[in-house]
Design a protein around this ligand. Structure first.
Ligand SMILES: [Zn+2]
Ligand SMILES: [Zn+2]
Length: 183
């Protein structure tokens, strides 16, 4: 099975690493989400820019450990006010690659992948981690109040004065309080 050229930097030669326990190889690159096959399960939420990858594969006594992090940016509509939210996050990765027949395979341990052939392919792990990081319901900020159902004013920034506006008593307690939005 051929690996697309864009994903070749994510292949690590397992045979070579295993000859030298303790040896490590760094994989530092950036890949387009489309190349990785990252499909968002959430309508309107998508990955933006490239996925930054900084992982190190280290040869252990009976496995190869992969640790490090990926950096990704997602964009999606705030669930309350529908404004576009953009966030960049670092996600830690710790995965163990073992040979077929290794005891960890029978245990179906989390974070364990069986090495197929001579190469370790980091792409599926990065893809899964990136997709899991996409929020099901983005929020621009905790205190976002969305829109007035009567006039459509954005309640976080405007006070529209609609009489029929139903106030949450928790917000009434904040009347007159100056909110510190600097973050
Ligand atoms: Zn919002
Ligand atoms: Zn209003």
């Amino acid at each position: 099975m051929g690996v697309p050229p864009a994903l070749r930097p994510l292949l690590v030669n397992a045979v070579e690493l295993r000859r030298q326990p303790g040896a490590s190889r760094q994989v530092a690159t950036a890949i387009d989400p489309e190349e990785l096959g990252c499909e968002s399960p959430v309508p309107g939420v998508r990955l933006s820019g490239q996925v930054g990858i900084d992982l190190t594969a280290t040869s252990g006594a009976d496995d190869i450990g992969v640790t490090g992090s990926i950096t990704l940016t997602w964009i999606g509509p705030c669930r309350r006010c529908l404004s576009e939210v953009e966030r960049t996050v670092d996600v830690e990765i710790a995965e163990r690659f073992v040979s077929p027949g290794h005891p960890a395979v029978d245990e179906r341990a989390d974070g364990t992948t069986v090495i197929e052939g001579d190469q370790i392919d980091l792409a599926p792990i990065i893809r899964d981690v990136a997709v899991l990081e996409l929020p099901a319901a983005p929020l621009c900020r905790e205190e976002c109040r969305g829109w007035c159902p009567q006039c459509g004013a954005e309640l976080s920034t405007d006070s529209c004065g609609c009489e029929t506006e139903r106030r949450d008593p928790r917000w009434a307690a904040l009347d007159g309080v100056v909110l510190d939005d600097s973050d």
